[in-house]
Design a protein around this ligand. Structure first.
Ligand code: CA
Length: 229
């Protein structure tokens, strides 16, 4: 089973951060909390988030700067960012959207409104999340029956290859380092050699590609792997 999506909450006000964490966890998300930009970048390096909730009023570097820095990194280049802004700060808002934020919520916000917005963003970026069936290019995965087909042909995968493909299919096009794949597929508390990932990627490729079919898994030199649709 793929892990639940990870939300990184960047907010220095502990009461708000706690409230967000509590409610997001109740919704089934995993949550990491950072109280400033440096912590946010460190947390994102450690475990790539699926979504970032970023407060605009932060100590040290302001949210807009944190947003720029997150966008400059491989890990979080394409991660949706929902910013929290004070009401009436229109110029912040415009600059934030310019800087690559995907959506915004003005404070004070209702939790149900925030959760609805995050659900909408998640549906957009991980359409597979709500469905038992995920489609990526000519690959179709049925997560209930654990069946995978490519161009109508059955693909037989071992459990590890299945989990790797599941993870890729939920984030098409996104590059994952070997360490990130280890965390996502094996879990962060298990010690597995990084090279093991290459072995399983090799098996997955072999299973997916027949004859002169294209290889859907892209190797990104010194970065990792991605699944291209
Ligand atoms: Ca704040």
């Amino acid at each position: 089973m793929a892990q639940n999506p990870l939300v990184l909450v960047v907010e220095d006000e502990a009461a708000i951060a706690d409230l967000l964490k509590y409610n997001l966890e109740k919704e089934g998300y995993r949550v990491a909390v950072a109280s400033d930009g440096d912590e946010a970048l460190m947390a994102a390096d450690e475990n790539a988030p699926d979504l970032i909730v970023l407060d605009w009023m932060l100590p040290k570097a302001p949210g807009i700067e944190v947003c720029r820095r997150l966008r400059a990194r491989q890990n979080t280049r394409n991660t949706p960012i929902v910013m929290l802004t004070a009401r009436g700060e229109e110029s912040d808002l415009i600059r934030g959207l310019d800087m690559g934020a995907d959506d915004y919520i003005t404070k004070p916000f209702s939790m149900s409104e925030l959760l609805a917005r995050l659900r909408a963003v998640m549906r957009r970026i991980r359409p597979g999340l709500a469905d038992d069936k995920i489609v990526c290019g000519d690959i179709v995965m049925d997560r209930v029956s654990h069946r995978v087909r490519r161009s109508g042909r059955d693909i037989h995968l071992g459990p590890t290859e299945f989990r790797i493909l599941d993870h890729f299919m939920q984030h098409p096009g996104r590059v994952f380092s070997r360490e990130q794949l280890l965390d996502a597929v094996w879990g962060s508390d298990v010690y597995v050699e990084v090279r093991t990932v290459d072995v399983h990627i090799g098996r997955l490729r072999k299973a997916l590609v027949e004859g002169d079919e294209s290889d859907p898994i892209r190797t990104v030199r010194s970065a990792g792997y991605a699944l291209d649709a």
